[in-house]
Design a protein around this ligand. Structure first.
Ligand code: G3H
Ligand code: 13P
Ligand code: ZN
Length: 311
């Protein structure tokens, strides 16, 4: 099966009250761990590639590895550009075989975001590729951010209809309190997501797929393993899994996960090397890392996304 777009995945996810996992990939072990987990749970899959991943692993290598995952599992896989910064990187990924791209115009003004997003949509749709846009700014909750600054970062529901109509995007990433990385809330701060904003966006955009970035839960088990093996990740904190499950039952059809993969992989490598400090065969420490990725992704699919047995 060739790679698929997210159109059918999202229609089924919306109707079924679940979300599809969008996992960031950077190397073979990560791709294998994710693909094996999705194959065993019969889950649709989005593998997403950032500009940094393309720089690290190179476009051609990643495409061949993802092709191998597809051939090996027979899963419907969408290959997605994560955080496309401008038209040129989106075009390069569309020309290079991706089936979905994100144009992240959230750093621009509303009008400029519309302009660049519409330009990407025109090119993408002419090539059978779907587009994710973004409205609102994701960021960590900083000490010196006032309530009005914090509110300004959230997606403004009264902008979403105009944005979607004028750009023609196929899905929309919104900011409701998630953020990238492993330190999403201040120590002692109660994690919260703005479900009121999500519900208002859903009301204004019926049947339209919404995307959540920054959705790692920073699984304590992996943080503890890293810290017990020479790491220092005090105060790492993520989005509670029950909140993500709740969002998946609403309009959220795509949930982005990268930091949890990094933590699972790093925990595997650190634990193996601390246990056997003289080890220098990479297969010996990358195998447990790959196993951790697989376990993590299976648990996400079943307990958080709810997309098991959907193919
Ligand atoms: O949202 C960003 C992803 O975690 C990708 O991170 O740009 O370091 O590959 P990266
Ligand atoms: P996390 O850092 O929470 O995993 O978010 C990843 C992401 O949003 C990729 O686009
Ligand atoms: Zn992101």
């Amino acid at each position: 099966m060739p790679f698929v777009t997210t159109t059918e995945m999202f229609a089924k996810a919306y109707a079924g009250g679940y979300a599809v996992g969008a996992f960031n990939v950077n190397n073979m072990e990560i791709i294998q761990g994710i693909a094996d987990a999705a194959a065993e749970t019969r889950a649709p899959l989005i593998l997403q590639v950032s500009a940094g991943a393309r720089k690290y692993a190179r476009h051609g290598y990643l495409m061949k590895l993802i092709e191998a995952a597809e051939a090996d599992t027979g899963l419907p896989i969408a290959v997605h550009l994560d955080h496309g910064e401008d038209f040129d990187v989106c075009k390069s990924c569309i020309d290079g075989g991706f089936t979905s791209v994100m144009i992240d115009g959230s750093k621009h003004s509303f009008a400029e975001n519309i302009d660049v997003t519409r330009k990407v949509v025109e090119y993408a749709h002419a090539h059978g590729v779907v587009v994710e846009g973004e409205l609102g700014r994701l960021s960590g909750i900083e000490d010196d951010v006032s309530v009005s600054d914090e509110d300004a970062g959230y997606t403004q529901p009264d902008e979403v209809e105009e944005f979607v109509t004028k750009t023609g995007v196929d899905s929309l990433a919104i900011a409701i309190g998630t953020s990238h990385g492993a330190f999403k809330f201040k120590p002692g701060q109660k994690p919260r997501l703005r479900f009121d904003i999500l519900k208002e966006v859903e009301r204004r955009l019926p049947n339209f797929p919404i995307v959540l970035h920054g959705s790692s839960s920073v699984i304590p088990k992996y943080v503890e393993t890293i810290n017990a093996n020479g790491g220092n990740l005090a105060d790492a904190i993520g989005i509670p899994e029950d909140m993500l499950r709740e969002a998946a039952k609403l309009a959220v059809c795509k949930i982005n996960i990268d930091s949890d993969l990094r933590l699972a992989m790093t925990a595997g490598v650190r634990e193996a090397l601390v246990k056997a400090p003289a080890e220098f065969d990479p297969r010996k420490y990358l195998s447990p890392a790959r196993d951790n990725i697989k376990k993590l992704v299976k648990a996400k699919i079943i307990n958080v996304l709810g997309c098991d047995n959907k193919i």
